[in-house]
Design a protein around this ligand. Structure first.
Ligand code: NDP
Length: 244
């Protein structure tokens, strides 16, 4: 039986690249999405075209009931769960400074990014197979601490903290828990609402002078999910071309 990886938020952007990469690595992949079934189906079709196995499952990670159902449906359809990639996340295109951040923006960021990662981690803690891997998503903004990102970065700093604590709590289960913290990466989440000049300026912040591509991040996830990443545990890996 193939090992099974759930990738949350895999209909677009970084998650789609991770799903395709893990499919090529030999995992049966669950392409989770919130609402975009057409895009999720395209990712499943691309994995099938590469000779892999994949299914799409809708679930809003902000809902603990949906997170539970995501794991139950995965086990019912694919028999097991070995890897959870907690990639689903949101960042509104216009993020005001803290003093001007409204309740809805703050609450939504916490619900999807922080509670969403918590919901699926809690399921994974009890349902992952021995040798399993949990890979969470932070952001290199936790290092740069740029003005305007306080609420978003607060959710990601919380994810980094939960990553290290859960790694310790899973002692004896042979399950690793790590986080990947991308820098600016060419997806809708990063590009929407920014002028070409701002995108250029942010891209030049890295010594490698370019934006990350979703595949750059998928490479890091593939390492942590694969046999050679097995000794990395409780860490946050910043994949950002050297920005911070
Ligand atoms: P995108 O906006 O391109 O894609 C987001 C994905 O998450 C979509 O598949 C979307 O599904 C899904 N999603 C959103 N909300 C939910 C939800 N409530 N439940 C389930 N799925 C959901 O984002 P990126 O690919 O850029 O970001 C991926 C991760 O990387 C995020 O955690 C982000 O914070 C992090 N990151 C990104 C950076 C960047 O520069 N791009 C930099 C640092 C970190 P649907 O299509 O159905 O809406």
């Amino acid at each position: 039986m193939k090992q099974v990886a759930i990738v949350t938020g895999a209909s677009r952007g970084i998650g789609a690249a991770i799903a395709q990469r893990l499919g090529k690595d030999g995992f049966a992949v669950v392409v989770n999405y919130a609402g975009n079934v057409a895009e999720a189906d395209k990712v499943v079709a691309a994995i099938h075209a590469d000779g892999g196995k994949a299914i799409a499952i809708q679930a809003d990670v902000a809902s603990s009931a949906d997170a539970r159902r995501l794991f139950e449906q995965t086990i019912a359809q694919l028999g097991r769960v070995d890897v959870l990639v907690n990639n689903a996340g949101i960042m509104p295109p216009q993020l005001p400074q803290l003093a001007a951040t409204d309740d809805d923006t703050f609450d939504r960021l916490v619900a999807v990014n922080l509670k969403g990662s918590f919901n699926t981690m809690r399921e994974a803690a009890g349902k992952l197979e021995q040798g399993g891997r949990i890979i969470n998503f932070s952001s290199s903004l936790v290092g740069t601490l740029l003005p305007g990102y306080s609420a978003y970065v607060a959710t990601k700093a919380g994810i980094e903290a939960m990553t290290s604590i859960l790694a310790k709590e899973l002692r004896g289960k042979n399950i690793t828990v790590n986080a990947v913290a991308p820098g600016p990466t060419a997806t809708a989440l990063f590009l929407d609402g920014k002028t070409p000049e701002l995108i250029e300026r942010l891209a030049k912040m890295t010594p490698l002078e370019r934006l990350g591509q979703p595949e750059d991040i998928a490479n890091a996830v593939s390492f942590l999910a694969g046999a050679e990443g097995g000794w990395i545990n409780g860490q946050t890996l910043r994949a950002n071309g050297g920005m911070v």
